[in-house]
Write a new protein. Structure first.
Length: 270
């Protein structure tokens, strides 16, 4: 990995770095579904232009935390949060926050491709149109740029007006990535983006993550520890809603500081 091993702050599994490098900061941040605390007082800094992987067994709070970053949990009845979650120093849960504007800055790719039953072109144009882009030239430029970034342009440039549902699973997932990139986000959230894909399509997505790193801050939830080791600069291990350990990926996988982390990555549980 290109990033240096971060120091650990006393009492918190938070990697220390310069303030300018922090893109997202969680301070004793919790997420509740009714009375159930799914994420428990999580504190961590996520760094601008870096890839952070979140690993842990099913039900440990990984996806809940990911969805909290762009307020997707608002759609869940009874869900609420406490503590602080800061994006570029501003509270994500400030009642005055424009959530639509937040989701433009923080894009998301889900576990299964969720293409719209529209043309390939219309899928990519959807976000820019929603945010006021209307001229044909600007939309055409956005479609090409986004599909190029998602490594899909050469495969679909001659059939942009075909129904997106006719694409393969791997192509659909890259189209979802292109759709997220079309609104020029600063951060990309990826929730198990390759779990429904074959090995070849998975490798394409992982290559894309490597290409996009640096330009975007990327947070990926994955059950695949080998994938976390391949694609990320930093890794966070969660267990039963707690952030157990967080640090440089190479260090965490080769010399974990916590017994629970070691047990998980060596297959003793989870």
């Amino acid at each position: 990995m290109t990033s240096a091993s971060p120091a650990m702050l006393p009492g918190h599994p938070v990697a220390a770095t310069s303030e300018a490098g922090v893109h997202l900061r969680a301070e004793a941040f919790s997420v509740f579904y009714g009375p159930f605390e799914a994420v428990r007082a999580l504190s961590a800094d996520l760094y601008r232009g870096r890839v952070t992987a979140i690993i842990g067994p099913s039900g440990c709070g990984k996806s809940t935390f990911l969805r909290a970053i762009n307020r997707m949990n608002d759609l869940v009845p009874g869900a609420h949060a406490s503590g602080r979650l800061l994006f570029d120093g501003e509270s994500i849960y400030d009642p005055r926050l424009d959530v639509v504007a937040l989701r433009r800055r923080i894009g998301m790719v889900f576990q299964r491709p969720n293409v719209f039953p529209k043309t390939i072109r219309q899928n990519v144009e959807y976000g820019p149109r929603l945010h006021g882009v209307s001229t044909a030239a600007a939309l055409a430029e956005t479609v090409e740029r986004s599909l190029v970034r998602a490594a899909l342009w050469d495969e679909v440039k001659d059939r942009l007006d075909d129904n997106a549902l006719g694409l393969s699973g791997g192509q659909q997932q890259r189209l979802c990535l292109a759709r997220a990139l079309a609104v020029e986000p600063e951060m990309l959230l990826m929730d198990e983006p390759t779990s429904a894909l074959d090995p070849r399509a998975t490798a394409r997505i992982e290559d894309l993550i490597a290409e996009l790193a640096g330009t975007y801050t990327i947070v990926i939830v994955t059950h695949n520890m080998q994938q976390a080791a391949r694609v990320s600069d930093y890794t966070a291990f969660m267990y039963e809603g707690l952030l157990v350990e967080y640090g440089d990926t190479d260090r965490l996988f080769t010399s974990p500081r916590e017994k629970r982390t070691e047990d998980y990555i060596t297959g003793r549980f989870g």
